[in-house]
Ligand binder design. Structure first.
Ligand code: 13P
Length: 243
């Protein structure tokens, strides 16, 4: 089943719960849909989505279980608030907060240990793609940040230059990178690597979703701007091949 995940980033106050309500009642059969609102909305969003096919997740966590980490939130706190998934290693956190592969690895391990589906993001910058280093960069990120077990793991390939820009790689470039990631996952995890879902992220919208989601080894989408309304995310979910 394709997996369509909205990453709201730093958007949304109580009024946005209306969008969660709209989504929760309308998730189409044959597609898994989740939304990751800001921390402040997780518990309320989870209540709204309770008993529906909409999953609620977080955008980040701290790798420690508890302790003197002012302002941080642990995996068990997220689960307690009603989150069933979490994003780790988003390029905005790698860039804004200096998150290294080492840190992302620790976060992924902590999230999986708490039973959270863990969406681990990788992707190259434009300069790296222009230098024909995209696959090498992604391989290094995977090597440094993948957890020991593939159980509950999802990878999101998000080219940094495609995020929020309206630009996407060509379908052939997406196909090639997802094949590369799949190959890496199978080498790393054996058969379990075949079952890891690989999402594409970066300027996915209702107009390009059908094309992107039809590419081999594109098992879903991680959606930023177009996920902020129920209508936007539902249109993308509707474009996904079912089954
Ligand atoms: P956009 O869909 O706004 O390009 O954002 C993608 C993203 O970063 C999702 O995590």
């Amino acid at each position: 089943m394709k997996y369509i995940v909205g990453n709201w980033k730093m958007h949304g106050t109580a009024a946005a719960l209306e969008e969660i309500r709209g989504l929760a009642g309308a998730v189409p059969d044959g597609v898994d849909v989740a939304v990751c609102p800001p921390f402040t909305l997780i518990e309320r969003a989870a209540r709204v989505a309770e008993g529906t096919r909409l999953a609620i997740g977080a955008q980040n966590l701290h790798a420690s279980e508890k302790g003197a980490h002012t302002g941080d939130i642990s995996a068990s706190m997220l689960a307690d608030a009603g989150a069933s998934l979490v994003i780790v290693g988003h390029s905005e956190r790698r860039a804004d907060c200096g998150e290294s592969d080492h840190i992302v690895h620790a976060k992924a391990e902590a999230a999986l240990a708490a039973g959270l589906t863990t969406i681990l993001c990788v992707g190259e910058t434009e300069a790296e793609r222009d230098a024909s280093r995209a696959e090498a960069v992604v391989a290094t990120q995977l090597a440094g940040s993948c957890p020991g077990s593939a159980d509950g793991l999802v990878i999101a390939y998000e080219p940094v230059w495609a995020i929020g820009t309206g630009r996407t790689p060509t379908p052939e470039d997406v196909r090639a990178m997802h094949a590369h990631v799949r190959h890496d996952l199978v080498l790393r995890y054996g058969d379990a690597g075949q079952a890891v879902r690989i999402l594409y992220g970066g300027s996915v919208n209702p107009g390009n979703a059908a094309t992107l989601l039809a590419i081999p080894d594109v098992d879903g989408a991680l959606v930023g701007g177009a996920s902020l309304t129920a209508a936007g995310l539902l249109a993308i979910a509707a474009a996904a091949p079912t089954g």
